[in-house]
Design a protein around this ligand. Structure first.
Ligand SMILES: N[C@@H](CCC[C@H](N)C(=O)O)C(=O)O
Length: 329
């Protein structure tokens, strides 16, 4: 028998699959198929999810393990911030370590256990990166601009400016006075269909300033659609906030970033360039269920005999969000 974990960070929902438990690890084709099956919002297991996080042996000895991110549509992303917190918790509980590195597609990232946010609400702090605003890295194309920083792009949405940041998955960020999810959804769908601007698609976030170091961020995710929270999106938006709104940014404190699924903290250290800036994302790593099934059933995508054991962590997380939002808003 093997165990899949249903987990979330700010209600950004995932299944965790540790390939190291399998006699025969899933191939990339199987991972894409199983992700689409497990994550489907109507027919997926336990209400579906935003993605499948795959834990594999690290290619180097400095990391405890490696994380791959398979989106709900079966495509692969370079990074996932909320997901990295849940994978960090999994590796921490297995190893007894509280501070270590996890290999991701482009970088080995530093992760550490943080103080619980509330009883039964474990938290982790994870490094987000590498960071780049270069058009070729994202990639994006708009009038041959080398980067997109606080730039009006009437082809996207009139009266709004946009900033594009890779961390290293691509994000397009716009600060708005009034956040209209229908405008966000329309732009997100358009830029994740074949389009001349973002050939590989992009995660689109709209953000509202709530006060000094305080934001609300909603994201339309590439490979997913609307999500409760996007960790790399909130981190990239925090960096854009620090650069675009210096009078509202206090570099000595964390930012509080609210999202439809709860809230996280981020820490931005501005460097001379985006690439030398650093980002950390701090928030819950909640395990809501453990799913046991046989290896042949997993390969076959047969979840009918799976045994599901739920935890009590969701109630604790909801109580934490309720109290935290009351004290913040
Ligand atoms: N929700 C994630 C980001 C997941 C990847 C994204 N859909 C992409 O394709 O880049 C996060 O928490 O960072």
């Amino acid at each position: 028998m093997l165990t899949l974990i249903k987990a979330h960070g700010s209600e950004n929902q995932f299944f965790l699959l540790d390939q190291r438990q399998l006699t025969q690890p899933l191939t990339d084709i199987e991972l894409s198929r199983i992700a689409r099956q497990l994550c489907h919002p109507h027919t997926g297991l336990l209400g579906g999810a935003d993605g499948l996080l795959v834990i594999a042996p690290s290619p180097n000895t400095t990391c405890l393990g490696a994380m791959r991110v398979i989106n709900a549509d079966g495509s692969e992303a370079k990074m996932c911030g909320n997901g990295l917190r849940t994978v960090s918790r999994y590796l921490a509980e297995q190893s007894g370590k509280t501070h270590f590195q996890v290999a991701t597609l482009e970088a080995d990232l530093d992760v550490a256990r943080s103080a619980n946010l509330a009883p039964d609400v474990p938290a982790f702090s994870v490094q987000i990166g590498p960071i780049s605003m270069a058009a070729a890295t994202l990639p994006f194309a708009y009038h041959q601009l080398p980067e997109l920083f606080n730039t009006a792009v009437p082809e996207f949405v009139g009266q709004q400016t946009f900033t594009a940041i890779a961390v290293p998955n691509p994000h397009l960020i716009s600060f708005v006075d009034h956040l209209d999810p229908s405008v966000l959804g329309e732009l997100g769908r358009r830029l994740n269909a074949p389009n001349p601007y973002f050939p590989e698609g992009v995660n689109v976030s709209f953000a509202k300033l709530l006060g000094p170091n305080r934001l609300f961020v909603q994201t339309y995710e590439r490979g997913v659609g609307f999500t409760n929270a996007c960790g790399t999106g909130m981190s990239a938006t925090s960096l854009a906030f620090a650069m675009q709104h210096p009078t509202q940014f206090d570099a000595s404190s964390d930012l509080v970033v609210l999202n439809p699924g709860g809230l996280v903290r981020t820490h931005v250290t501005l460097g001379k360039t985006p690439a030398t800036s650093t980002l950390r994302l701090i928030g819950n790593a909640t395990f809501t269920a453990k799913v046991s099934l046989s290896e042949p059933d997993l390969h076959a995508g047969n979840f009918s005999a799976a045994h599901v054991e739920t935890t009590n962590e969701e109630a604790a997380y909801q109580a934490f969000v309720h109290h935290a939002k009351q004290s913040i808003l």
